[in-house]
Design a protein around this ligand. Structure first.
Ligand SMILES: [Zn+2]
Length: 339
């Protein structure tokens, strides 16, 4: 089983990107696994397939395989482990070259809960690649210490002005049937949050892999959300290679003319578009250019300036390079299986 972890910050387009990936043969998208414990197991919120978590056939099978049923999961223990090793404030210590025995043991235990879900998903669906779009920065660092041997991380970046604007809009909540405001933060806080998490993923990129036998290549790859939307087909070819899937001969007929034909994704959290299926528009949402107040735009631009330049937001989008390397051993994938 290979884990493809999508990292970054909320409102960066990870839900859409994961759903597009989820259409590839041999791929199983799970949404934000870090939220499964609270949103799914504890609160029984709606899965992306439209039924409550505990009634979802896929999650029921995953829970049965991983834990003998979700009732056997110690939610208090997971919450304690998260507070002890899995919060953003722990990233600094997780980036150290070594961990003390006690901390290492707790990281392993925390990761093991997630790893059981990944493994179970691969087994019950037959997928070779499991996608977790948690984005959670501390979890990414924990996975580097104790996650699956074949771990690949996509650092997804979106223009911080688009992120800041997205954090100020009211969204429709399908579960309550009402429009709700997502948590609103001052522009400066948005900018610092964006910079902090993205800088942490840059550091993770430099730290690289920890263990031998995890295969060659980098642990973390970066993609801009705007690049993905500018040429979804080329982006999916690139993502296929990063996920260890065939980079050529992939049926991309579900992608055409700025649209994608999407099936359901069994996600218990994330963007509300996780509930929609069928033809979905793929386009850059740049409403922030006119709708984000000038003062907020200047604040975000100023505070994020170093990383804006680093990620190339000061110049036009580059043309995506199409990978030429194909892994012949992976040229035959099992038929996609869905529950
Ligand atoms: Zn479901």
């Amino acid at each position: 089983m290979r884990l493809f972890y999508i990292g970054g910050i909320g409102r960066s387009g990870s839900t859409l990107l994961e759903r597009v990936l989820n259409e590839l043969p041999g791929v199983c998208g799970l949404g934000e696994v870090a939220q499964v414990w609270d949103n799914g197991v504890r609160d029984n919120r709606l899965c992306g397939c439209g039924v409550p978590f505990r009634s979802c056939p896929l999650w029921s099978r995953i829970g049965e395989y991983a834990f003998g049923g979700w009732d056997n999961v110690d939610l208090d223990r997971i919450s304690w482990l998260r507070d002890t090793v899995g919060r953003t404030r722990h990233v600094g210590s997780l980036a150290a070259p070594w961990l003390g025995h006690r901390r290492r043991s707790r990281v392993r235990e925390y990761v093991d809960y997630h790893a059981r879900v990944y493994t179970a998903a691969a087994v019950v669906t037959g997928a070779r690649v499991v996608v977790d779009s948690s984005k959670d920065t501390a979890l990414a660092y924990c996975l580097r210490w104790a996650g699956p041997a074949d771990l690949r991380i996509l650092h997804l970046v979106r223009d911080p002005r688009g992120v800041a604007y997205s954090w100020t809009r009211r969204v429709h909540d399908p579960e309550s049937g009402t429009d709700v405001a997502v948590p609103m933060f001052p522009a400066a806080r948005c900018a610092l949050t964006w910079s902090g998490h993205n800088a942490a993923y840059d550091l993770l990129t430099r730290l690289g892999r920890r263990r031998r036998g995890a295969g060659a290549g980098r642990l973390v790859h970066r993609m801009r959300y705007e690049e993905f939307l500018a040429d979804p087909q080329a982006a999916v070819v690139t993502l296929s290679r990063l996920a260890g899937l065939p980079a050529t001969g992939v049926d991309l007929s579900y992608l055409s003319e700025g649209e994608a034909e999407l099936s359901e994704l069994h996600s218990v959290s994330g963007n509300r578009m996780r509930f929609t299926t069928g033809r979905t528009t793929l386009r850059v949402d740049d409403a922030w250019r006119t709708a984000l107040p000038v003062a907020a735009r200047r604040t975000v631009t100023g505070l994020c300036a170093p990383l804006l330049r680093r990620y190339g937001y000061h110049r036009p989008l580059p043309v995506l390079s199409v990978p030429s390397r194909t892994d012949a051993a992976e040229s035959r994938l099992p038929q996609r299986q869905k529950v």
